[in-house]
Design a protein around this ligand. Sequence first.
Ligand code: ASP
Length: 339
Amino acid sequence: MRIFLLLLTLFAMTVHAKEKVVTKPIALVIHGGAGVIERAALSAENEKAIHTALDRALDAGHAVLSKGGSALDAVSAVVVILEDSPLFNAGKGAVFNADGKHELDASIMEGHTRRAGAVASVTTIRNPIHLARAVMEYSQHVMLAGTGAEQFADTQTQINRVPNAWFDTDVRRKQLELSQQRESAQALNEIPTVSGAYFGTVGAVALDAQGHIAAATSTGGMTNKKFGRVGDSPVIGAGTWADENCGVSGTGWGEHYIRNAVAHDICARVAYRGDTLAAAADEVILKRVVATGGDGGAIALDREGNIVMPFNTSGMYRAWIKPDGSRGTAIFKEEGTAR
Ligand code: ASP
């Protein structure tokens, strides 16, 4: 009997030990925008600064995940850092619209609950991703725009406000001047060219130790945008999507991302057709978006921690940490990939 009890105890201890080592994978993928970016136009100093900023943002998100924090907190932590960096087209450093002002868009989504929040055309919110999350958590709505979103922000003490000029940077002002010069050289009935009008939108997708996925995206939109234009970034299903198995954040020519329901289409292909994440993301980014004349990229991950980062432009600022802990940052095509 004693031997039997001893064996039983040993068996229970082994099972317990085995249970303890089984941890669910965590993974994180982030982007700082896709677009026309020529090697020659990027100084070594700038290139280094971008890698460093991506690394810092990755560290912030990974710190949340590795302590058992939620995917939602991880993507918020990443996006806030990128919004505060003047290097990216989100928060500080956002592009100028045609009136020389900034209108910011952002959204966030939690996969397993399908909760989502978004803001469009906000002008005084230092970190639009915080307001998008507040819309999700403290309002009955999913998307608030313009003055209404600002009024909602007035009710939220945790939201930092800044004057619109706080987002100004010289680089973005030059881009506006260039875009307006180009536009005035075009015939009146010609649709203004947008090539090179965007770059630097930011986003993150995370898988946490509970197996939950969240995605977030934040942007200043497109340089010289007019008439209250809103892109894909705050549109759930276009620029951002997360469900039980899959999450996406997009960056590119927003009109085409809306028309192709890019973020949702990638995850729907995985859910309904059983496509691999890689096949689904390649089909949508490299074929569907291109077929309507658009361009850009996306980051995505699934429940197993597979990460993909396809883009059809010359570059996409991106960084990742895989479930095995390996990590990297990249800008151009020939650089590292997480696949
Ligand atoms: N997708 C964004 C927009 O159209 C721009 C970008 O990704 O850089 O507003």
